[in-house]
Structure formats: C-alpha cells, structure tokens
Design a protein around this ligand. Sequence first.
Ligand SMILES: NC(=O)c1ccc[n+]([C@@H]2O[C@H](COP(=O)([O-])OP(=O)(O)OC[C@H]3O[C@@H](n4cnc5c(N)ncnc54)[C@H](O)[C@@H]3O)[C@@H](O)[C@H]2O)c1
Length: 341
Amino acid sequence: MDKKLRVAVIGCGNISVMHLDSIAAFEDVELVAVCDIKEDRAKAASQKYGGKVYTDHMEMLEKEELDAVHVCLPHYLHVPVSIDAFKKGVSVLSEKPMSIKYEDAEEAVRIADECGVKYGIIFQCRYNAPSLLVKQRVLDGKLGKVKCGRTTLTWYRPDNYYDSSDWKGTWDKEGGGVIIDQAIHSIDLANWMIGSTPVEVQSTLHNRNHEIMVVEDSAEGLVKYENGAILSFYAMNNYLIDEPIEIRLLCENGKATFTYDEARVVYNDGTVETAKNNPEDMFKYSGGKDYWGFQHATQIRQFYNAVLGKEELEISGREALKITRIICDIYKNNDNKNLIK
Ligand SMILES: NC(=O)c1ccc[n+]([C@@H]2O[C@H](COP(=O)([O-])OP(=O)(O)OC[C@H]3O[C@@H](n4cnc5c(N)ncnc54)[C@H](O)[C@@H]3O)[C@@H](O)[C@H]2O)c1
C-alpha cells in the first residue's frame, strides 16, 4: 500500500465521533493527532481512537507532518483554524457551516487555492440515497428543472441544549440559531437541486420560546432564483421531537418529496419512483444521532480521494459558498426588527 494519509481531528466534542469512526474505518488513513482545548476530551478521543494529544492546534500543526485536518469546532473558529492549516500546506475538511460571515468564507477559499490544498465542507445529507435519486432525476431531465420548492424543519432543542454549551445560542460564536445550525442542511439540499443563482433572499426570524438565548429559534422566508425558481423555507426548534425534515419540489415533469430517509417522485404521466436509505449500506457510528444522517463516512472518503488526487473534490469550499451566501443573507435581510444582531 502507498504511504498512509496522515490526518488529525481538531475539536473532540459531539460530532467528532462521526469523523473519528470514519477515519478508523479507512486502511489508508492514519489518525496522527487529536486536539481540543479541553484536554480531557482530547485524551478520551486518543484513548479510543489513538493519536497524540494536543490542546493547541498551532502547536500540533507545527510539530506534526499532516496531510489533512478535520475541523469540528464551534462555528466562529471554522475559518481562522482552517486558514492556519492551509498556511502549513494542510488540507481541511470543515464541519458546516463554512463560516458565520460570507466575506470570511470567500477569503478562506482564496487562501486554500493560493496554498494549493484541498478545502472541503461537510454537507453529508447530499449523500443520502433519497437526495441522490432526486438530484439525478433533475440532472438527467426526467424530473427536469425545479420550478418551486419548500423545506420544513420542526425539531426540538430544549433550554439545556443551549445552556450546556459555551457557544451555542450566541451571535458571535454560533452566528445564529435554527437556520445556521439545523436548517442549513435542508436549505442546502433544496438549493443544490435548484442549481440556479439566488437573486433575492427574504426572511423573518423570531425567538419565540428560548429566553435562555438571544438567537432565533424560528424562521421563515423565501429565496428567488435567476432562472425563476422560488424556494420557501420554514424552520423551528420548538417541537417536542425531531420530526424528519421534508423537502418538496415542483418540477417541470413531476413532483419530488423527500426526507433524509426516503424519496417519492411522482411524474406527470403518473409513474412513481422511490428511494430509501438501505440500513445495510449505512455506516455504523458508535455515537451517531439519526437526525445527523449516516453519510459522513461517504463524504470523508470522497474528500480523501480528492486529497490523494484520485477524484475531483465534490463539496469544496467554492461549492459551499453558495449555501453560505444564502444563510448569511437570511440573517442580513431579516425583517423582524426585534431580533437584530
Ligand atoms: N454535519 C452535521 O450534521 C453536524 C451535526 C452536529 C454538529 N455539527 C457541527 O460540528 C461542529 C461542532 O459541533 P459539536 O456539537 O461537536 O460542538 P461541541 O461543542 O460538542 O464540540 C466542539 C469542541 O471544540 C472544542 N474547542 C473549542 N475551541 C477550540 C480550540 N480553539 N481548539 C481546539 N478545540 C476547541 C471544544 O472544547 C469542544 O470539545 C459545529 O460546526 C456543528 O455545527 C455538524
């Protein structure tokens, strides 16, 4: 076998298990180090998965010869830590959102290009079987152009979800609430299917039921596209369970309805096509949550193939600028004057 890819994970909190389990499954990848400012978290990750323990990512980047790092940090740190890695010649796979500021995201893409490294952003839901079926049918013309779409997310985030975190629920560290953290996936999926350039974003944000925090727990709005398509979105964190997110698309040749788990496409001639994630094909994570989806390993493998020069990177920083623009505009164009940054 060729030399193994040398990788590290920065941020050993909740989501890191999806990355660490994936890394452990790949024979051509070696976990060289894990880093967290909370040493106990880095130590726990190292005990389970291996790798040297660091509490300072700069020290780790100086001391270790790395090919790639996984950035699993609070939102406001995604861009600065990614840029630190680029400048050491290290490729980055960052968790979503790419950034809390659009201009910073653009800057990160520019620096990654300058440094000649790969820059990927996690949007694992694009790799669900239902998402892939609908995207394929839009692309091959069987469904045709998306004329109109809607996304719905009704999830549950109790006060202690925000209370137990030192960055969630804040403008400066999380960059928003239900939109930038949860609905970003469903809006990204719909935007990816539509595939045109947004020309207008309207939005209204509210904090209806979370006195514990200042950011929005409810949002609705509209995105208008250059090709005439219209996407409306609704998201809130005040339900009592995490219902499956639902995306509906009205296309030239039929209608598609899909969740993370299943898709149903009804064509104008009455024929029906469906897709479902096959539990047998899904990667098993030791601590994954079903509403995160189970496709991190698929995207991480694709990223590594790009680092190895075997494939084009699919969800690159440049690709992720598209959803980052929409998310940032949702906050910028918020009509609710009671909830302003
Ligand atoms: N793709 C998905 O579906 C999905 C799901 C959950 C979370 N996420 C994303 O993953 C990221 C992390 O979320 P989380 O829930 O794991 O958060 P978390 O708070 O559980 O973990 C973040 C970790 O980063 C560490 N940290 C903070 N500053 C640091 C620094 N300067 N250097 C090193 N470590 C530092 C913290 O100590 C913490 O352990 C966020 O961007 C979140 O949106 C993505």
